[in-house]
Design a protein around this ligand. Sequence first.
Ligand SMILES: *Cc1c(COP(=O)(O)O)cnc(C)c1O
Length: 356
Amino acid sequence: MAGKYNILVEKTKNSKISETNFDELEFGSVYADHMFVADYKNDEWVNPRVVPFQNLSMSPATSVLHYGQSIFEGMKAYKNEKNEILIFRPEAHAKRLNRSGERLCMPEFPEDLFMEGLSLLLKIDEAWIPPKPGNSLYIRPFMYASDEFIGVRPSKTYKFIIFTGPVAGYYKGNVNVLVETNYVRAAEGGIGFAKSGGNYAASLLPAKLAGEKGYQQLLWTDSKEHKYFEESGTMNIMFQIDGKLITPPTGTSILAGITRDSIVTLARDWGVTVEERKIGIDEVIEALKAGKLEDAFGTGTAAVITHIDVIHYNGTDYALPGGEKRSLSERISAALNEIKLGHSEDKFGWVYKVKV
Ligand SMILES: *Cc1c(COP(=O)(O)O)cnc(C)c1O
């Protein structure tokens, strides 16, 4: 593959693929044979390379370990019947990585190098893309501050890495969620819109406490009034009331999910009314009581759509209707799947075909 960048390739001599059981893939614990790496030093990205997947060695004084300058992405690749490699909206992920990086004072990663490195990596590890319907190759690009220095300032050196791993359809079933009005995931003006490790660290304890009460996820509310919904766990949140889809607007405290954007775009294209606006606890509970809340679900790359069965607020469990009422989200989920696999028309140019 002749590209603009001269990406060096060192292939592994010990492929793990024959020892990998593709019928039992646990999310996040199986990795393909190679990774793409680039280094940032002297104000430029250098030495892009594909090398065997391997451990990183670093000084205990490495900046990211102390001050958390780290960002990541998560996306998926599939194979179609012609054995072509399809990636869902990789350019959108590259752009978002750079928006996250800007907020965390990290250098921009050239989009064309992102695409070239990613394409080459997937081509080399293409045997790792599971052909089984529902399965995919999960792709994890990330960047971290690599200076050996424990003074507080933006790092001068960084590493950018992409590794991948085959995953089964991430289906854990529907969830019961608890409306969180004490802890916050992110505040306005903070780093909530960035896909950064720190946001996840902030969410672990509240999520664990909710888990102990029997709720698999939180419905985060805004940091000022604890009145308006922000996200559900690490997914965007959507409500369907009276046939309309309503989702909070993305700002500085909400991550602009690419699944969220795909769903909004698709639903509008079908003529569904989609409102991107603040939606509060009172409105949702009232709609529920009036029998107008048809559906509520989280959206994200991992599970695409995760339905909510029960919303807990202020001592009460409110059950959602489920069943037939979920026909819109089921239709969206199926349509997205068909687009990703190249089975239906890619009207919005979302599917990137890796060129050989
Ligand atoms: C990644 C992420 C999402 C979902 O984004 P997608 O691009 O749809 O995968 C939503 N919320 C948070 C906090 C996230 O980190």
